[in-house]
Design a protein around this ligand. Structure first.
Ligand SMILES: NC(=O)c1ccc[n+]([C@@H]2O[C@H](COP(=O)([O-])OP(=O)(O)OC[C@H]3O[C@@H](n4cnc5c(N)ncnc54)[C@H](OP(=O)(O)O)[C@@H]3O)[C@@H](O)[C@H]2O)c1
Length: 304
């Protein structure tokens, strides 16, 4: 420290000698604080909390972890999740059952460690090719089965998987719609070719898919018979069903009635049961299955 007056430095005299030394320290301190703050901000920007699972099993395998925040591709939207809903798909993929589910997400352990298809939230960022949405839009939609991830603070979705949330709906109301209602719509309209005036039966009418199916079938101007258990009869009637069959007391395949379209959201009946309840040119669309034999029977034998 050539040329430095050590006395003045020691006593902290506010002279020229002390200033350069102190300024250096202060600058270092300031820089450390700034970089520490930047580190915190950077972590907030690059990480998020998500429900993840690393092994198949019961709900005990689900953990809340800090993971990498997704970055939207050019045609994707980053959504800040306000609400998510749970579907049968999440249950099957979490448990890895039936074994077929593992062909979607890894035989030994899940490749995609996130779950959650349905999402409602606010657009946080958009990829450069996104045309339908902008930052701040409220959206809802359904993420494809191999890209699940809405049980998290943020999720990316292709813009075609999302729609603007109607202002009158809450995020919670909106998120109850996508996967279950798409399944019902595809079954009734695309596979079932539903038409005005038809007699339609919905099996499993009180469930997620079934409640959507009853309302969609009514909106096509059909006569709807809903099948559910005793405790749900009033609810199913309240959403528009013309007739309700309580399956604990009556078998819809044995009562002599015939339907132009049967939409099955349970998957517990045989192909011969369906044939018995269908009119000669009737169509049956099956959305679920309770056992693998039921699934294979429908896949192999349904040529009505
Ligand atoms: N949720 C989805 O987004 C989705 C998408 C694609 C496929 N699926 C498949 O569709 C099926 C239904 O899914 P979900 O989400 O609607 O399930 P859910 O909400 O649990 O509903 C199950 C329905 O099945 C009825 N049910 C149960 N046992 C029955 C029986 N013995 N006879 C007649 N009905 C019976 C229930 O009626 P009660 O409660 O009145 O007893 C209820 O209406 C599942 O196989 C699922 O894998 C679901």
């Amino acid at each position: 420290m050539r040329g430095v007056d050590r006395r003045r430095l020691k006593t902290g005299h506010p002279g020229h000698v002390r200033q350069p030394f102190c300024r250096h320290l202060e600058e270092r301190l300031l820089m450390d604080q700034v970089s520490a703050r930047a580190g915190v901000r950077k972590k907030e920007e690059t990480h998020m909390r998500a429900i993840v699972y690393h092994t198949y099993g019961s709900p005990d395998v689900l953990k809340l972890e800090e993971v990498q925040k997704p970055v939207p591709q050019d045609d994707e939207v980053l959504v800040q999740v306000h609400a998510a809903s749970v579907n049968a798909a999440d249950w099957h993929l979490m448990r890895g059952t039936p074994f077929l589910a593992r062909f979607v997400n890894g035989l030994q352990k899940p490749k995609n460690t996130k779950l959650g298809a349905d999402v409602a939230g606010r657009v946080e960022a958009v990829g450069r090719n996104v045309t339908q949405f902008q930052v701040g839009d409220d959206v809802f939609g359904c993420i494809p089965i191999h890209e699940l991830g809405s049980f998290a603070e943020y999720v990316c979705a292709h813009e075609d998987a999302l729609a603007l949330k109607p202002a009158k709906m809450t995020f919670e109301q909106a998120v109850a719609v996508p996967l279950a209602a798409f399944t019902a719509l595809q079954g009734l309209r695309d596979k079932g070719q539903i038409k005005l005036g038809q007699k339609v039966l919905v099996n499993g009418a009180s469930g997620g898919v079934g409640t959507a199916a009853v309302q969609i079938a009514k909106s096509f101007g059909t006569e709807v018979t809903a099948v559910c258990s005793t405790g749900n009869v009033d609810m199913v009637r309240s959403i528009g069903a013309d007739q309700v069959i309580d399956y604990t007391h009556e078998d819809f395949t044995q009562n002599g009635q015939r339907y132009d379209l049967i939409f099955d959201a349970v998957g517990n009946r045989s192909v011969s049961d369906f044939k018995r309840a269908l009119s000669p040119n009737g169509i049956c669309a099956v959305a679920g299955f309770t056992t693998l034999p039921h699934l294979f029977q429908v896949l192999v034998l349904f040529t009505i």
